[in-house]
Design a binder for this molecule. Structure first.
Ligand SMILES: NC(=O)c1ccc[n+]([C@@H]2O[C@H](COP(=O)([O-])OP(=O)(O)OC[C@H]3O[C@@H](n4cnc5c(N)ncnc54)[C@H](O)[C@@H]3O)[C@@H](O)[C@H]2O)c1
Length: 337
């Protein structure tokens, strides 16, 4: 059974990926410092899977801890989810973001090379595209100057990976550029943990529906889109988790010193108002919302061209926007109980 180290595996996307890995016959080993997650996620994973996942509480940039893990497990790959991701906070505390997001990758790469652990899947983001001139965006769409230190850490990490592969380090690496992850495990046992006021749309929708927030503000309904609100590509977290599995299978067939990058989205854009309507329809609940002014710095529209991941990794999304809205609400109700 291949053992895969999952940094940030107690977090939103990492925990769902751990489930998929176990179900596909891998053995995930989680390292997480719980800076943005809770230990009870491990108990929830056990409930879903019927068995415990090895867990190390700590910083994945801590080389000593990584050495301990390597002593106890023969690792064949790493998925590097661990990072800070709050865009707003990153503009106030940029060094916190550079230290964690960039620093942990550097430590991890050295560790992997020293231990001949070849395969790495890295969590990148569509934020590297900024507001693209042409839609949908392909992997060849030029990256733009980052809007925030958070976005810049993703761009820098991608560049570090390219340089490290060019240096004939022996690794095989895929960067997955996630579009907008939404939804939760259909069991409702794991999902996105909202800490503070949510910065993303869907947690705000579910909290408004649950009465935790008085109302949701739609930032601008006068953009050049069908109903005037912004467009994003919403990808169910289970489909996103599955893309990591497909990435590992693909990496195992590549030569050493391999690097590639793939968009992970549905290939369709939905407006904010469409998301709210889909939520209301599938769950039979009204969401209290109002149209507010545009928010400075918002990307107006972006969605992915997914032909590369469809063709090369043989990956296709299987969950609809309605599925995402149903599972997000199911998760919210578990949290509210
Ligand atoms: N959720 C999104 O909208 C989105 C979009 C694009 C890219 N990403 C990227 O995907 C990855 C996972 O995102 P997520 O939504 O699951 O976030 P998350 O915050 O839920 O999960 C990240 C996990 O990493 C842990 N962590 C952070 N720094 C760590 C460190 N140094 N050592 C060990 N653990 C550490 C946190 O405690 C958390 O459990 C991140 O790299 C994020 O930047 C997320």
């Amino acid at each position: 059974m291949k053992k895969i180290l999952i940094t940030g595996g107690a977090g939103y996307i990492g925990s769902h990926t751990a489930v998929q890995l176990v179900q596909a016959g891998y053995e995930p080993i989680i390292i997480d410092d719980l800076s943005n997650s809770e230990e009870k996620v491990l108990g929830r994973l056990k409930e879903i899977l019927g068995k415990e996942i090895s867990f190390y509480k700590g910083d994945c940039g801590d080389r000593q801890l990584l050495e301990q893990i390597a002593k106890e497990h023969e690792l064949s790959g790493v998925i590097h989810f661990a990072a800070f991701k709050a865009v707003g906070e990153s503009t106030k505390l940029p060094l916190k973001y550079y230290r964690n997001n960039v620093g942990s990758l550097v430590t991890l790469l050295q560790f992997m090379q020293d231990h001949h652990i070849k395969d790495l899947v890295f969590s990148s983001s569509c934020t590297v595209y900024g507001q693209p001139d042409k839609l949908p965006v392909t992997e060849a769409t030029p990256r733009q100057d980052a809007e925030s230190p958070y976005g810049n850490t993703k761009k820098i990490c991608e560049d570090i990976l390219i340089d490290f592969i060019k240096s004939k380090s022996g690794l095989r690496v895929i960067s997955l550029r996630y579009f907008n992850p939404v939804g939760a495990h259909p069991s409702g046992k794991i999902g996105e943990l909202p800490i503070g006021v949510p910065a993303n749309l869907v947690p705000f929708v579910t909290q408004a529906a649950a009465g935790i927030r008085e109302k949701l503000t739609v930032f601008g309904a006068d953009y050049d889109t069908a109903d005037g609100s912004c467009i994003r590509d919403y990808i169910h977290v289970m489909d996103l988790a599955d893309a990591h599995l497909k990435a590992f299978e693909y990496l195992s067939k590549q030569e050493d010193n391999f690097y590639d990058v793939f968009n992970v989205g549905t290939g369709n854009g939905n407006t904010v108002l469409e998301v709210i309507k889909a939520f209301e329809k599938v769950n039979g609940i009204k969401v209290n919302y109002e149209i507010g002014p545009r928010r400075p710095g918002d990307i107006v529209k972006i969605w992915a061209d997914t032909s590369k991941i469809n063709e090369k990794l043989k990956w296709q999304p299987s969950y609809s926007l309605e599925d995402s809205m149903r599972d997000s609400w199911n998760w919210q109700r578990q949290l509210s109980n």
